[in-house]
Ligand binder design. Structure first.
Ligand code: ADP
Length: 333
């Protein structure tokens, strides 16, 4: 493992994990954990940009940890830690802020979205969100960042900030790349096909790993369909494409093929398709959900996981920050 590539990624503790988080992020974490040197983080500081009320933070942090572990993440194998437990993050964030320009930050798509969503709280942390994210990645000198497609632009900014630092102060950081195990970056659509599944938007069209079986079935059966194509060449509307995409994630290949053939023969029955999708989705989610409940019972174990992760992350952060201070000339004796 000494020479393995370094991997870093994070998830905010802002609510229940959903299928987008699973297929965009957590599934990749689990697939990478054996063969790479991995740092996976609960981004509690990032959550303060949109969730200034911290009453539910502890519960949310515990839940996200349990959800990741229930999905197969092994805290003995990776450094699995909370962002706020590694204070070097804040130091690197400060230095990188001097290399990030207001204009480029204001142009970020996610920033503009957040300005629309919370016009009453356009805080500086929201503006510099991609800088904090870059600090998280560079703190471990990571080169691979498993994330969903929505994070592509942030990764491009991270490369810019890393290069700017390297040019100004010396080559310390590799260029981080967005990464998906095996194929392109994933975007899990919302059930109505109008956007992506998300912790904060499209809640009725998002399937959570905590959803009970009957909720999963209800959400899927409610998904919009129509009376089907009338011509074998009819392109799939967004809401039908979304159902096919979701089916591809959890159903067997032959099942997806059958419905695709039915579609091109104009004989598709969307009621049957949604029933099948609900069965397969429940089979996929229910073991994870039950596992989460068990893990959440054991607070002592959760604490151990956090302590163990923080220790590994701090060790790596400390080494990087010594190099950073040296390179920047912040060493006066
Ligand atoms: P959210 O957008 O739900 O608040 P986060 O911002 O915490 O989630 O993102 C955590 C990870 O989940 C990121 O890697 C992000 O790319 C991924 N992700 C979130 N939603 C989706 C989605 N609908 N499809 C694919 N990946 C997603």
């Amino acid at each position: 493992m000494m020479d393995a590539k370094i991997v870093m990624s994070g998830i905010r503790p802002t609510g229940l994990l959903h299928l987008g988080n699973y297929f965009g992020a957590v599934q990749n974490y689990v697939r990478m954990q054996q063969s790479y040197n991995c740092f996976f983080m609960i981004a509690d500081l990032h959550s303060l940009t949109t969730h200034p009320d911290t009453k539910e933070l502890k519960e949310n942090v515990h839940r996200v940890i349990a959800e990741n572990i229930a999905c197969g993440l092994d805290p003995n194998c990776v450094a699995f830690y909370c962002q706020s437990h590694v204070q070097e993050t804040s130091e690197l964030y400060l230095y990188l802020n001097m290399l990030a320009y207001k204009g480029e930050l204001e142009k970020t798509v996610t920033f503009k979205e957040k300005v629309r969503q919370q016009p009453e709280n356009v805080n500086a942390g929201l503006l510099t969100y991609p800088v904090l994210q870059t600090a998280d990645i560079l703190l471990h000198r990571a080169s691979l960042v498993p994330v969903g497609k929505d994070q592509e632009q942030h990764l491009e900014m991270a490369r810019n900030f890393a290069n700017r630092f390297n040019h100004r102060y010396g080559e310390i950081f590799p260029e981080p790349q967005a990464f998906n195990f095996g194929s392109d970056l994933v975007k899990v659509p919302s059930l109505d096909g109008s956007g992506k599944m998300s912790k904060s938007e499209n809640q009725n069209a998002t399937i959570y790993l905590a959803d009970e079986d009957d909720e999963i079935r209800k959400k899927i059966m409610r998904a919009k369909t129509d009376s089907g194509p009338t011509d074998s060449q009819t392109p799939k509307p967004d809401y039908i494409e979304a159902i096919f995409l979701l089916m591809k994630l959890v159903s067997k290949e032959e099942v997806v093929n059958k419905f695709n053939e039915d579609y091109s023969k104009c004989s598709i029955r969307y009621g049957d398709m949604k029933n099948q999708l609900a069965d397969d989705m429940i089979e996929f989610i229910s073991p994870i959900r039950n596992n989460v409940k068990d893990i959440l019972q054991n607070k002592k174990y959760l604490q151990q996981v956090m302590e163990q992760g923080a220790e590994k992350a701090r060790k790596s952060a400390k080494t990087t920050m010594e190099l950073v201070r040296q390179a920047m000339g912040l060493n006066y004796y």
